[in-house]
Design a binder for this molecule. Structure first.
Ligand SMILES: *Cc1c(COP(=O)(O)O)cnc(C)c1O
Length: 386
């Protein structure tokens, strides 16, 4: 079966290609000038200092190592997320502890997590312990799901008072703002991904940002095999080969050079969908906090099966089979299946409901009006009463 409109193919321009070639012609294809330039450019936008890494997952992994998460710790995070934060908790020997979402913006239920911390945990201000299991809360990882910022303002204050580091996974929220400040403003460490389907791509890559010099220095060291200075191959701890090659940094830098234009294109895509789809019974457009701007990473509607006539999954199949349009559901909540089944702190009814009704529509940066029209026509023709 062919696909006419894909979910989120990357856009690589001739100028991007030129920058990659230039980086490869440089004698330093590792640690070349593009790496530092990319780090400084992104850090100028988000604040703090940046370390370019081989993936967003690597950034999250080193974030947990650098803030001191260790064996048998618990790492609090939303159940409704891409899986990477849970994987990295396991990499350091900890367990993810999964929390529900709030229904308005599909983000981590920060109030619920605050209540859990205050009622179920104890802290001397330096270390927080889950009272019932005596396990330490090693970190909180918040996620800016689908490009809407997760409001962790209050949560970060409570966490700080209890000695719990906060990591923000802004892989999907890069470009979004909350109360006029870019994502990551409340976190100790912020992680980005430049994977192929992300807002800015380096073909594969990520970045860790922090205002804490000690964290940045440790991450740089760990990402380069924990190699101490000098030619003697002395490694003072367990390290990783997580550096971003120069050619990939050059691609990321070239893309980031038109970041505002990319965000504008994404906003145009979202506005088109809203205009064309808002009046279809049983479809709900994504809500936005009045305090936020969003990155529109993936434009995601909610499908009410009663009113629309199909479930989100049913509509996904119809769009693929009859209209050659690729869509996809939101992530399956981690507590419901696979390696992280049953690791929720409590019930997660909102995450389950959001996962059942959400459907992400084609959202590529350069999606044409013709393709947008094709998606909207397909949806309209499958709606009840069409
Ligand atoms: C893409 C993504 C990641 C992982 O990034 P990679 O660069 O693919 O390793 C982590 N978290 C979230 C929320 C993501 O969307």
């Amino acid at each position: 079966m062919t696909t006419k409109v894909r979910l989120s193919p990357p856009v690589i321009t001739p100028e991007d290609r030129k920058c990659v070639c230039a980086a490869l012609e440089c004698t330093k294809i590792v640690d070349g000038p593009a790496v530092g330039e990319f780090e400084r450019a992104v850090a100028a936008r988000l604040g703090g200092e940046g370390v370019a890494l081989i993936s967003g997952t690597a950034a999250l992994h080193l974030a947990l190592v650098a803030v001191g998460v260790g064996p048998s710790d618990l790492v609090a995070m939303p159940s409704l997320t891409f899986v990477a934060p849970a994987h990295v908790a396991r990499y350091v020997g900890a367990d993810p502890l999964l929390f529900d979402s709030e229904p308005n913006y599909r983000q981590l239920d920060a109030d619920g997590l605050i209540a859990w911390l205050q009622e179920e945990c104890e802290s001397d201000g330096k270390i927080a312990i889950h009272t019932a299991t005596r396990r330490r809360i090693g970190a909180i990882v918040s996620v800016d799901l689908l490009g809407h910022p997760c409001d962790i303002g209050l949560l970060a204050d409570v966490a700080r008072g209890m000695g719990i580091p906060v990591v923000e996974d802004a892989a999907q929220g890069f470009g979004a703002t909350l109360r006029g400040r870019p994502v990551g403003a409340h976190a100790d460490v912020t992680c980005l991904s430049f994977n192929a389907n992300k807002i800015v791509t380096s073909g594969g890559g990520g970045m860790l940002l922090s205002k804490k010099a000690a964290v940045v220095e440790r991450v740089r060291h760990l990402a380069n095999q924990a190699k101490q200075d000098g030619p003697n191959y002395i490694h003072d701890e367990v390290g990783f080969n997580y550096r971003l090659p120069s050619a990939q940094a050059a691609l990321g830098l070239a893309q980031f050079g038109r970041f505002d234009q990319i965000l504008e294109e994404k906003a145009r895509m979202a506005a088109f969908y809203e205009d064309a789809l808002a009046d279809i019974p049983g479809l709900t457009m994504p809500r936005r906090s009045p305090e936020a701007t969003v990155s529109n990473w993936l434009f995601t509607v909610d499908v009410d099966p009663e009113l629309f006539g199909h479930t989100a999954h049913g509509l996904m199949s119809l769009l693929a089979e009859r209209h050659e349009v690729e869509t996809r559901p939101i992530f399956t909540p981690l507590h419901m299946c696979g390696a992280y089944r049953g690791l929720q702190a409590g019930e997660c009814p909102v995450a389950e409901s959001l996962a059942a009704t959400g459907l992400s529509l084609p959202s590529s940066v350069d999606i044409s009006d013709e393709d947008l029209e094709c998606v909207c026509e397909g949806i309209r023709s499958e709606a009840a009463g069409a």
